[in-house]
Design a protein around this ligand. Sequence first.
Ligand SMILES: NC(=O)c1ccc[n+]([C@@H]2O[C@H](COP(=O)([O-])OP(=O)(O)OC[C@H]3O[C@@H](n4cnc5c(N)ncnc54)[C@H](OP(=O)(O)O)[C@@H]3O)[C@@H](O)[C@H]2O)c1
Length: 261
Amino acid sequence: MDSTRRLRVERRSARALVANYIHELSERHNGAGHREASTEPEESKETDSRIGIIGSGNIGATAARLFVDAGREVAIANSRGPETLIEVVDGLGSLAHAADVADAAAFGDLVLVAVPFGRYRELPAPAFAGATVIDATNYYPGRDGHFPELDADQTTSSELLADHLAGARVVKAFNSLPSRTLRDGGNRGPRDDRLALFVAGDDPDAKARVGRLIEEIGFAAVDTGGLADGGRRQQPGSPLIARESSAREAEEALGRAMQPT
Ligand SMILES: NC(=O)c1ccc[n+]([C@@H]2O[C@H](COP(=O)([O-])OP(=O)(O)OC[C@H]3O[C@@H](n4cnc5c(N)ncnc54)[C@H](OP(=O)(O)O)[C@@H]3O)[C@@H](O)[C@H]2O)c1
């Protein structure tokens, strides 16, 4: 990274940290507590009302539409700056605004990362501290360049992202359906008949929050396990995500995939 860009990223990160700190103070003042694990029982937890979205392409823009339709406020960012997102946010309505990456990352407790995987190291890690990060990225060497540790299956792309965003709780999700299916495939029917969106992660609370969001936009969250094992089960090339499945079909396929060989 050249020194101008590094300076810019550092400035944005510092801004996001300050914004975050101020927000935290005011939340504490109001007795809420920002980005801290709750001890409330699952069923009494409210859903996350503010979501940051990094990436305004196929997945980012589609997810933004779904989240806004579900009544969430979104801050959406791309690599070129908020001024390039005027049309996108106008189309989304008053619950959406454009932001730079650090501000979008600091906006809410949930942050969706929907950028080409090869660019994850550009994300300003401090701005994501304390957030639940939804990793929608997939690794495609032809697009992303080769990562030898992924080619050798020594780790997963989500674990690399989690290492980079130390301090965030990373859940791999929204990566297993094409954006068009994500746009059109939700329904309010019984859970078993909804299309599955797989989730993997090491933090049960973070995974539950992402699961609630998935159910709210009309899909079914199907838990594949931790970031290492589940992340492998739901990455490109895995038989589990080779086709779109209902929750029932996905859970049967997952059961087969988890059988010892
Ligand atoms: N497309 C699908 O159906 C699908 C399905 C599942 C998973 N995925 C995965 O989801 C991710 C996004 O895919 P996509 O199809 O939505 O990609 P896309 O249409 O090419 O959009 C990528 C977005 O990421 C932004 N971006 C790139 N680098 C960035 C950075 N350093 N900081 C902030 N924003 C950055 C781009 O901003 P600029 O335009 O300003 O460069 C663009 O808005 C990929 O990892 C992909 O493999 C895609």
